[in-house]
Ligand binder design. Structure first.
Ligand SMILES: [Zn+2]
Length: 84
């Protein structure tokens, strides 16, 4: 079936408040958690797509860090940590 080949998750930037947000691409509309605006996915640019929810979450974390100017700080914090 066609939809199997499509990515399940995406990242959008709210055109109203510029917050990045994860979306389920099977829905047509989503609400911005920040400004509460209803966003039509057809009219919103999807900046990233993936089938992995984890990948989307990680990408959003990175984007938020980058937008806040904290990316280098985050990298430094993670550099000496072991996650196992
Ligand atoms: Zn918004």
């Amino acid at each position: 079936m066609f939809w199997v080949f499509m990515e399940k998750f995406g990242i959008i930037v709210c055109p109203n408040c510029r917050k990045v947000k994860a979306v389920n691409l099977s829905v047509k509309k989503t609400k911005c958690f920040n400004c509460n605006k209803t966003l039509d996915l057809k009219k919103t640019v999807i900046i990233y797509k993936s089938n992995s929810r984890q990948e989307i979450t990680n990408a959003i974390g990175l984007l938020n860090a980058e937008l806040d100017g904290n990316l280098e700080k985050f990298k430094n914090i993670l550099k000496n940590k072991k996650f196992y």
